[in-house]
Design a protein. Sequence first.
Length: 256
Amino acid sequence: MAYYSNELKKRAPASDLAYMAAGRLAIRNYEYQKAVDSLEQAVLRFPGSADAQSFYSQAMSIWSRALMISQRDEEAAQALEKASNAVDLAGQLDPFSLLVMQGKAGILAFQGDCSAIESLLEQALELDPEVGRIKMNLAICLHQNGGGIDNAMSIAETEPLGFARNTLMAIFLNELGDREAAELRMDQMKTAYGDSAAYQYGQIHSQWGETEKAFQWLQKAIEIHDPGIILSAGDPLLAPLHDDPRFEEILRAVGF
């Protein structure tokens, strides 16, 4: 990513691709304000680019979490509104983009708007019956907002992405008292993904009430630069860890 961004700066410094690459690299490096600045330039210079609007939405969504952690609630709400507006515009510019729909599902889940995710899922499934992540976000939204664990579980079981499906199923099965089945899901993940799913193992152990193991895996996620770690601020699956001082250390380590 760094090489690609640097080459674009040299060859096409004023292009939308250059701004987007710089913004995405900044997110990877946990430099969220820098990411927002780069991607804001992208949407200002290229307002008709669905990709620019989508990546700007992602950056603003993450930035809203950083502001929330800093207890700058009004600014956080404004940033989340900008993220929502940008992803809506991206959807208007490219109504068939599954990437845009996936990004919007994440924002809607953070906002707790499960019905809107359900509508979005219907649209996405018409384009690709195997689209991933949207069902994951719907299942999390239902679980966190009184939609019932049975409903959440039925959605999670049909999530096409194995790491997302098994993460949620390990959590839900344990919550229902079937620890053996829950551990089997975890074992399946470790066989398929090894340490690359470190962030998801942290989520599972957090929900299982195994704090020490949760922090061990989150630390591993930082070490291997697991992309999921940038969602740690505001992740409801990590809520059981919030009162532990080590959680603040995790957040600081990834730029929050």
